[in-house]
Write a protein that binds this ligand. Structure first.
Ligand code: ADP
Length: 472
């Protein structure tokens, strides 16, 4: 998959996820609006029912007064109790007296002229509000007040009677700006009173009704996001592996091209009449062919060995191995390459005891690989320090160079098979990206551990620790 199409797919998926999140948020917003409307309607209906009830009670009182013979005044005592307790139907239908329309109008006017305080019963109103809220399924607290429009003051708040001082509107700003209100005695030409109310924790109730939906949406979005990130990670990882393999093939081809070209030249020379007669020159070219052939063979062996490297199938020939000796001979070997470049290798063999249980061949290759890299990745004259030391966990071999160093990203990957730090198209440092993967595997099969410290441009340090040899 090309880089472009990967970015295109990532872009599409990101847009789809963003779209999905926006859609979810809009749905939640609509849900909130619907819930808010529903809540408002329910509270308003409750208040309306209360106002209707108050009016109905006054109407019953008027009718009862008329039925009992209206004498031009509003009866005190018994009838006014109706405002509190409600009217038994038997009282209303008990008598049937002819009532003139005039007296009915007069009586109604008299009732309507009374103060709001006399027309309502705050306790009955309170009980009705509590009951109706419960019936409507609204558990929430409702802050309400009974407002006398003519006197412009509040008579009662939440069922409590207010003193003349406490009834001033300035003390009830919240109710003056309340969300809900119903008119008391609606059919009057003037508005005698109102019930004003608001719900202090309305938003909390409305939001909490959507918590479940919100949590579910969030969960699903997170799942999608998680899967997306994981997929991208896998795609990029695959891409990296495939690039590493391509690099490997390129390196292989490059490594083989030189010996093949040399062999070809050498054979051409041997068959040329000018040289074929000269036994010494033929010998020389034959040696070159043999040498290049061996080089190719070594490369193939190296690749095959590394590619087949499998912890479970690795046959170790375990003996007592002196790490100081291994380091010593590896240093002697690498000096042959370092010294011609004007470099030096400093050795500090401080480990005592220095013997571990291990495979001599593999441990030698391991140290050789580290030294080889220290030399390869030092562009100027190499300055390599090799040391052995005893630490609580075992015997430590440290190879330090002052070469290229590497980035944090490279440090994370260098032990992966085929991984090589990209140097563009330059093939100035030869390799297959298999050396450190081999080093790591060999360290691990010996029960050891490997650590790398490196800074770009300053150099690197590879620290390998092997456990002490167990006494028999
Ligand atoms: P190779 O050397 O064949 O490329 P290795 O597995 O030995 O493969 O190393 C992997 C990569 O780690 C190298 O390509 C190189 O970029 C980096 N590396 C290894 N050793 C060093 C070092 N001493 N200094 C800087 N970079 C190193």
């Amino acid at each position: 998959m090309s880089q472009k199409s990967i970015y295109l797919i990532i872009g599409l998926i990101v847009s789809a996820i963003v779209g999905l999140i926006i859609l979810q948020l809009r749905l939640l917003q609509t849900g909130l609006e619907v819930n808010r409307e529903r809540y408002d309607r329910a509270v308003q209906t409750v208040l309306k029912q209360v106002a209707d009830e108050v009016e109905k009670r006054e109407e019953d009182e008027i009718r009862l007064t008329l039925n009992n013979g209206y004498a031009g005044g509003i009866p005190e005592g018994r009838y006014s109790e109706l405002r509190i307790s409600g009217t038994p139907p038997s009282l209303l239908s008990a008598r049937s007296i002819r009532i003139s329309p005039n007296s009915s109008i007069r009586l109604r006017a008299q009732f309507a002229n009374r103060n709001l305080e006399e027309r309502i019963n705050r306790e009955a109103i309170h009980n009705k509000i509590v009951k109706e809220l419960k019936n409507a399924g609204i558990e929430n607290k409702l802050e309400y007040g009974i407002y006398d429009t003519r006197q412009q003051r509040f008579l009662a708040r939440n069922g409590r009677l207010l003193s003349p001082l406490g009834s001033d509107t300035s003390r009830h700003e919240d109710l003056m700006n309340a969300d809900y209100s119903v008119i008391l005695f609606d059919d009057d030409s003037t508005i005698p009173g109102e019930i004003r109310a608001y719900s202090p924790n309305k938003d909390q109730v409305i939001y909490s009704s959507l918590y479940g939906n919100f949590a579910a949406s969030l969960l699903f979005v997170l799942i999608i996001l998680g899967c997306f990130i994981y997929t991208i990670y896998v795609i990029l990882r695959q891409k990296q592996v495939s690039e590493m393999k391509t690099d490997f093939i390129n390196n292989m081809t490059h490594e083989f091209k030189t010996p093949i070209a040399t062999i070809s030249l050498a054979t051409d020379s041997i068959v040329s009449p000018r040289i074929s007669g000269d036994a010494e020159k033929v010998q020389r070219f034959a040696r070159i062919i043999k040498q290049e052939n061996k080089r190719m063979n070594d490369q193939v062996e190296k690749v095959l060995q590394m590619a087949k490297l499998d912890k479970s199938r690795l046959n170790l020939n375990l003996t007592a191995v002196d790490l100081n000796d291994i380091v010593q001979s590896a240093v002697e070997y690498i000096c042959l390459q370092v010294e011609p470049r004007g470099g030096r290798v400093t050795t500090h063999l401080r480990a005592d005891p220095s013997v571990v249980e291990g495979d001599l061949t593999h441990l030698s290759s391991l140290v050789n690989n580290l030294l080889d890299n220290a030399n390869k990745y030092s562009p100027e004259a190499p300055d390599i320090i090799v040391s052995t030391a005893n630490v609580p966990r075992g015997i430590q071999v440290t190879v330090t160079d002052h070469g290229l160093g590497m980035t944090r990203e490279a440090r994370k990957n260098i032990f992966d098979r085929f991984y090589r730090v990209h140097t563009g198209d330059r093939h100035d440092v030869k390799g297959f990206g298999l050396g450190l993967s081999y080093v790591k595997t060999i360290t691990e099969v010996h029960g050891g551990s490997i650590e790398v410290k490196s800074e770009l441009g300053k150099g690197s340090s590879f620290i390998v620790t092997f456990p002490y040899r167990q006494p028999d």
